[in-house]
Design a protein. Structure first.
Length: 457
């Protein structure tokens, strides 16, 4: 259901709004995270269409034909912090094979590696990309294994706090499939920048095995994504990217491992099916920038801050993605749960409004989600429930976002709206079950992805 933004008589008094905006601005000025981008490649946060005919990366498969399309995000994951236990040596001498699940398919690809939380330079001497041979194995389809290069070199040094984007490599990336992105570093560099709640099994091998298609050397398993933060593809099936900015409810922490049933995954499937059925919906890919425990206003600890707030990571995780057209914001419940005492609903709403303003400044449409119920969870109190209701009332009013998806209405128990319906509850009364995640995606009106940001007056 599309809703317009207005500042009419139902909005809080102008002075109060101005004061809240000033508070948010001051907060950002003090705590904004610094993200150093090193070796940034084409397409970081810009709209691009093109034809790959040669140049960087094409030496990996010179016989492949040129392919036209649009660069979009096929997969992404936010860097969350430094992996415990890797502070001194990182993963020196080991190959890390990340398994990532694609949204859009394409004919060429490029990969982003991050050393945001590293305290020393990360030297990667070998890296590769390949299509997985099977969902439950480290093996690759042998004919798809491609080495990754960086400005033509197989070795790249990622500075502490930085990131790099690989050269373009020609590879047929399937939609709704698994891709293996493997890195090897021979030298100590820690801590490892990682995403802890992958809900996906990845693999580790001793020694350099980045181009090993059999997967036999990968005897270690991991539930983390390490170093890799984005996979972009040159696609003929998508014209732009939808970024979902959320917390554990978007990260899918209670979804079945390896099933790719996070609600953004299901939304991606719905979009593709609707297009196949001839529906008039946008040709967009969907990428998931959820972080467990994430808040609108407050960062985690450390410098750079682990689990950076939605406000402080918006440029990095949303505007920094390729050809972003729409952002879906599903944040706020942790601002209520993790604040001692009573959260300030007006401050949270003001933070959400700031995210909308930043999206509009870059021509990005912003869809917002209501906060889902959590009665029965250990953090539940009547005061926190009242805060949730006030925030949801503002979201539903149409004064905050360009469009609204009402997850609260879709998953709440009609006989006790303060809690989930039992079949949608994972059991902790805060996170959905697989059926609940599917219901979230089903509640999303695909027509809300149409159109762009309102014209700036």
């Amino acid at each position: 259901m599309t809703r317009g933004r207005d500042g009419g008589a139902q909005a809080p008094p102008a002075k109060q709004r101005a004061l809240l905006a000033a508070v948010v601005a001051a907060f950002l000025a003090v705590s904004a995270a610094i993200y150093v981008g090193a070796g940034v490649g084409v397409g970081d946060g810009v709209r691009e269409r093109g034809t790959v005919t040669g140049g960087r990366g094409t030496q990996n498969d010179p016989a492949a034909p040129a392919s036209a399309g649009t660069w979009v995000g096929s997969w992404a994951a936010s860097p969350v912090g430094g992996e415990p236990g890797t502070e001194m040596t990182g993963l020196a001498g080991r190959s890390v094979r990340n398994v990532v699940h694609t949204g859009a398919g394409g004919t060429s690809a490029r990969v982003t590696l991050s050393n945001l939380y590293g305290q020393s330079p990360l030297t990667v001497t070998h890296a590769s990309i390949a299509v997985s041979a099977d969902p439950d194995t480290a093996a690759a389809l042998a004919e798809t294994v491609r080495p990754l290069t960086f400005t033509g070199n197989p070795t790249v040094v990622v500075p502490a706090g930085g990131q790099v984007v690989s050269d373009v490599v020609r590879i047929a990336v399937p939609h709704d499939g698994d891709v293996l992105i493997t890195t090897y570093s021979p030298t100590a560099s820690g801590p490892v920048t990682y995403h802890p709640h992958a809900r996906q099994i990845s693999y580790v091998a001793d020694g350099e095995h980045t181009r090993d298609a059999t997967g036999a050397a990968y005897t270690g398993q991991s539930r983390f994504w390490r170093y890799v933060t984005a996979l972009d593809v040159l696609s003929n099936e998508a014209d732009g990217t939808v970024v979902v900015l959320g917390d554990s409810l978007t990260d899918g922490v209670t979804s079945t491992t390896g099933a790719n049933n996070r609600w953004p995954d299901v939304l991606s499937d719905r979009l593709r099916s609707a297009l196949a059925d001839g529906r008039d919906v946008p040709r967009y890919s969907v990428v998931n920038e959820g972080i467990s425990g994430n808040r609108v206003l407050a960062d985690g600890l450390g410098r750079p801050a682990e689990n950076a707030s939605g406000l402080n990571r918006f440029e990095r995780d949303v505007l920094g993605r390729t050809n972003v057209e729409v952002v879906v914001v599903a944040l706020g419940i942790n601002d209520i749960l993790r604040r001692p005492g009573t959260a300030d609903p007006d401050a949270i709403v003001a933070g959400l409004e700031e995210l909308v303003s930043r999206g509009h400044a870059r021509g990005v449409k912003v869809v917002g989600a209501t906060l889902m119920p959590f009665r029965g969870h250990r953090g539940y109190t009547d005061a926190r429930e009242a805060a949730r209701q006030r925030i949801n009332a503002e979201i539903r009013s149409g004064r905050v976002f360009d469009a609204v998806v009402d997850f609260d209405e879709a998953l709440r128990d009609p006989y006790d709206p303060r809690r989930f319906r039992s079949e949608y509850d994972s059991g902790d009364h805060l996170h959905p079950s697989d059926r609940g995640y599917t219901r979230m995606a089903e509640a999303f009106d695909l027509d809300d992805l149409k159109g762009g940001a309102p014209a700036r007056l």
